[in-house]
Ligand binder design. Sequence first.
Ligand code: NAD
Ligand code: MG
Length: 393
Amino acid sequence: MRRVSVFGATGSVGESTLDLIARRDDCRVVALTGGRNVARLADLARAHRAELAVTAHDDCLDDLRAALAGSGIQAAAGAQALVEAAARPADWVMSAIVGAAGLAPGFAALAQGGVLALANKESLVCAGPLLRAQAARHGATILPVDSEHSAVFQALVGEDIAAVEKVTLTASGGGLRDWPLDRLAQATPADAGQHPNWAMGQRITIDSASMFNKAMEVIEAHEFFGIAPEQVDVLIHPQSLVHALVSFSDGAVMAHLGAPDMRHAIGYALNWPTRAPLPVARLDLAQAGRLDFRLPDPARYPALGLAWDVMRTGGRAGAVFNAAKEAALDAFIARRIGFLDMARLVAETLETLARETDMTREPASLAEVLETDLEARRRAAALAGRLPRNGAA
Ligand code: NAD
Ligand code: MG
């Protein structure tokens, strides 16, 4: 029996992961975690006969205990309990908490030397070198779950990374792709929270509309595959059927195609290094008819270009970028700043901290990354208060 744990079980990726696990008979669920939705967490824990359910919030513990009464499933709460849950023996751990909160549990899970299926791209953006060192130290394997990175990973099977010229990540363009440019500043969280092709959590859906998500993924590709910033690029591909392309030194290009369903990438990580049938729609290219590609317009997606600044700076820039982005997204969701202000706020936070501190210094520990994260959030929140209200709704 394979022991599996799912962090962020009540989220979009978490639920898809459990859907696949429920179809197998070789998995035993150790720990499931969630946030405030303790009723759903308890339902999932019961359905999958988990040993332990953890809510991230201390004030939800009583409700979680009540919801699990009589089940024999243990309940726990808080950030430390999440890290302890990650230290429970498991062979395969899904990291699908959203945000930098996923970093510490993923780091702890790696110490077991098993497989960490990494949906939480924030981990690699904030602390790529530390995460890879932790995996190497414990003989653990990190498998990408982001669909683009799973696609690249699959295109690289049997290949030498030295023969890679370029990795191209595709982007749908998000929910505001076809809006007139001059209306973008007025977009609300509800407008930006619609996705043309993928069903995902609210935060990543808004990040898709702003392309902060793609900026994160560019950094994620640089960290995961160890390729130079100039070797990563992005194409808008409205159909979301080609997930990524890898160009090799002999001119060959390997593309990965499939229906937009996260269970493909999750299932690949679950079955790796082999393949097994998955309950995903089969691609019908005759029906799709055409595949379109174009370059992203920097005026529409000012967040995207920041990824290259972050990669070239290195050190703590990724942690600052992610934290400022999370703070900007919070401010946008709370309607304190406008849609286009998010990129300005993140750029200003990066500039301010680069002036005042040595951003290029690599963080030596997870604690340092988390300190940087807190500082960047504070600075971004303060700067958000001072932004001229340019189009905020
Ligand atoms: P979601 O919002 O649907 O779910 C997030 C999960 O994290 C929930 O279980 C929630 O309870 C939990 N959570 C939220 N805040 C927390 C905190 N502070 N501490 C602990 N747990 C917390 O998110 P999602 O769309 O499933 O995305 C999860 C991760 O996977 C993100 O890093 C995202 O970028 C990445 N990802 C998602 C998709 C997708 O299709 N949804 C695709 C690629 C990558
Ligand atoms: Mg993705």
